[in-house]
Ligand binder design. Structure first.
Ligand code: UDP
Length: 327
């Protein structure tokens, strides 16, 4: 079976992608340094413990497994942290990706599926963001991801490395079959933090800002189910293996929800109150990020069938009630 090197394969999105790849008949090789990932989440193929900052370990994984393609998830991904320590984001995200991309060229791996982000767009007055919207990142996380998109373009021209770039919106939920879920240390994302507060594992959820130019003053985000995202990656991989052209696809549900609307939906799913305190804005947050994902639907045949708030919160809630991964 064709092997796919999945960087960050022990992490939240990468582990779900490994499951989808295995189900589609590929062998996912999870490459991860376990800085934020979990070895227990590597269930669907071999594990290679390595670090993208260490080119020798990337080369060793390529030589051992001879993948036909790479899916690159491994990255630092916290907007707030990237504002405080931009050097870390440039070093790790861009430096790590460059090692990986150069290793692909050195080992004749010609297909690259890249996890980019809607954070490359910045704050654009609530316009629906699609593949043709200009990228104007307002935080170092978004800048580092845009830089990797540029590197891929240059390597495509120079070395024929082919690419599918996915710009994700807010990924949420957990494996609908309950095998995987979101577990970050520390947790910073809205839905898992909210559910920890519902479960009584933290005192309250702090809502960051209530004076944004949105319908209730809180930020609008477009949430997409992690299982739908994983399926999109399999479709993107097939797109490349079928020899089709380099392409960028936005992945979101196409509908934006405010933080307060997410809290209301949680109440409906869990039948419990969310303890909330109002806080200040978080640096680097755009007021609204909503996708136009028509291209992925029309060209890839993507069907984001799990991406309702009710299912995303419901699957995350089921996962939150399990013991989770342990070290
Ligand atoms: N958010 C919040 N309180 C939290 C965490 C997040 O109000 O404790 C808000 C945040 O300002 C943003 C939205 O929830 O508008 C989603 O944030 P998250 O960190 O989950 O994802 P991001 O949009 O940064 O990728």
């Amino acid at each position: 079976m064709a092997r796919i090197l999945v960087t960050g394969g022990a992490g939240y999105i990468g582990s779900h992608a490994c499951k989808a790849l295995a189900r589609a008949g590929f062998t996912p090789v999870a490459f991860d340094n376990l800085s934020t990932g979990w070895e227990e989440a590597v269930k669907y193929g071999p594990f290679f413990r390595g670090d993208l900052m260490d080119r020798a370990s990337v080369d060793a994984a390529m030589a051992e497994h001879r993948p036909v393609a790479v899916m690159h998830f491994a990255a630092l991904s916290l907007v707030g942290e990237s504002m405080k320590d931009p050097g870390l984001y440039w070093r790790v995200n861009v430096g790590g990706a460059l090692n990986l991309i150069e290793s692909c060229v050195a080992h004749g791996v010609g297909n690259f599926v890249f996890s980019s982000t809607c954070a490359t767009y910045g704050d654009q007055d609530g316009v629906v963001l699609d593949e043709d919207t200009p990228q104007r990142p307002i935080n170092a996380y978004g800048s580092s991801k845009r830089a990797i998109e540029d590197i891929l373009k240059d390597f495509g021209a120079a070395h024929g490395l082919r690419r599918v770039i996915f710009r994700y919106f807010n990924v949420a939920g957990a494996d609908p079959e309950g095998e995987l879920g979101e577990q970050h240390r520390p947790e910073t994302h809205l839905i898992p933090l909210m559910l920890e507060a519902v479960a009584g594992r933290r005192p309250a959820l702090t809502v960051f800002g209530d004076d944004y130019p949105t319908r209730d003053g809180t930020c609008v985000r477009d949430y997409v189910h992690v299982a739908d995202l994983a399926e999109a990656h399999v479709l993107g991989l097939r797109w490349l293996l079928d020899g089709r052209e380099d392409r960028v696809f936005c992945l979101g549900s196409g509908t934006g929800f405010t933080v307060r609307e997410v809290i209301d939906a949680s109440r409906a799913v869990t039948n419990r109150e969310v303890p909330v305190v109002q806080g200040a804005r978080r640096a680097g947050d755009a007021a609204a990020l909503v996708s136009g994902s028509r291209r992925a639907v029309e060209e890839l045949g993507w069907e984001p069938r799990h991406s309702t708030l009710r299912q995303m919160i419901g699957d995350a809630w089921s996962w939150a009630q399990k013991p989770g991964f342990r070290r």
